[in-house]
Design a protein around this ligand. Structure first.
Ligand SMILES: CC(C)(COP(=O)(O)OP(=O)(O)OC[C@H]1O[C@@H](n2cnc3c(N)ncnc32)[C@H](O)[C@@H]1OP(=O)(O)O)[C@@H](O)C(=O)NCCC(=O)NCCS
Length: 318
């Protein structure tokens, strides 16, 4: 059985219901059968979406959590030209869609998961992929303003599942809703700069993305659970970017916002990112390979991505 999905443009309009069709291998577990719904606020800039949420806080008490999330930290995506970005990341000026996968129990609504999509103009060739997540955000911003670059490709920028709903296929429900929205817009592809959580483990911090994507469990499935989700659902890997998110910041900002690990000499180090709240990583996935230049008091580090592509024409909805 699949969760009931409700798709609406506004919190007041909860009438437009779509029957969940589900992607190829996505069969959410029975736990999702009751009480779950999908709320989509589409084609707006992030500040407008936050304002809609602010206005509906009584109906959606979980929105408080999102406001906490969206208060800028040094490495928040919506801080263009912040002290640690090497170039502007115009996230707040992009047209995006936000997906909220909510669960209603007898007393109130909870946020089970969600995500963000945007759209770009892309010719379908792996060679012309934008440089990772930051590149996709920049393309989205520029393409939405260029009359000769009609947007034709969905780019999911984020998917998350709240801690208590993890390991129950919630991310699959979110990806389904995203892909369905791409189909409804007539797009051929959804391409995702997937951020493999394994790169944030102590063992694999700093590993090349192509190498990481090749790691397998005993059953032959990808070791990284986020890559595994995509491949199981029918996506294919079409590229890698080692600097999907790229950061450079002063040593002081690094110590205050990223890690308390003492850095005693210049060079590469694997540190525990115990002060980074952006991804709300667990203790197992809170490691980061950084480069420190103590003479200039600068730290830089990158997050890599594995580009996966969903062919929206070929996805078999049952
Ligand atoms: C990645 C994420 C969205 C997966 O969400 P989810 O709803 O728990 O995923 P699923 O229930 O579909 O689980 C898929 C697989 O991942 C495994 N898994 C889920 N969370 C895991 C974790 N923290 N560590 C290891 N494996 C995990 C599940 O056991 C399942 O494994 P299986 O293929 O053997 O069945 C979630 O862990 C998350 O929100 N992480 C933080 C944000 C993030 O990294 N997002 C992705 C980059 S944008």
């Amino acid at each position: 059985m699949r969760p009931r999905e409700v798709v609406s443009e506004s919190p007041k309009d909860r009438t437009l219901q779509t029957k969940p069709k589900g992607l190829k291998t996505a069969t959410p577990k029975a736990k999702h059968e009751n009480g779950f719904s999908m709320w989509v606020i589409g084609r707006k800039r992030n500040p407008e979406i936050l304002s809609i949420l602010r206005d509906s806080r009584d109906e959606h008490p979980w929105a408080a959590y999102l406001f906490h999330q969206s208060s800028p930290t040094l490495i928040s995506p919506n801080v263009p030209n912040s002290k640690c970005r090497l170039e502007p990341v115009p996230f707040d000026d992009c047209i995006i869609d936000r997906f909220f996968y909510v669960y209603r129990d007898s007393s109130q609504e909870h946020l089970a998961g969600g995500g963000i999509t945007t759209r770009i103009c892309w010719d379908g060739r792996p060679e012309t992929l934008p440089p990772g997540w930051q590149g996709a955000v920049k393309s989205s911003f520029l393409d939405s303003r260029a009359s000769d670059r009609p947007v034709n490709t969905l780019v999911p920028l984020l998917a998350f599942t709240a801690s208590r709903f993890r390991r129950q296929n919630a991310s699959s429900a979110v990806l389904n809703a995203m892909c369905r929205s791409g189909q409804e817009q007539g797009f051929r592809y959804a391409i995702i700069p997937a951020l493999p959580p394994l790169q944030f483990t102590r063992e694999y911090a700093g590993i090349a993305m192509e190498e990481l994507a090749k790691l397998r469990r005993q059953d032959g499935q990808p070791l990284d659970h986020w890559i595994r989700v995509h491949l199981k659902k029918g996506a294919e890997i079409i590229g890698y970017c080692e600097h999907s998110h790229r950061f450079a910041l002063s040593l002081n900002d690094f110590r205050a916002n990223i890690s308390s690990t003492p850095i005693l000499q210049s060079g590469y180090h694997v540190v525990e990112s115990d002060r980074d709240v952006v991804l709300r990583l667990s203790r197992e996935t809170a490691w980061q390979r950084i480069y420190a230049d103590l003479e200039r008091e600068i730290v830089s580090f990158d997050w890599g991505c594995v580009w996966v592509r969903y062919d929206l024409e070929k996805l078999s909805f049952d």
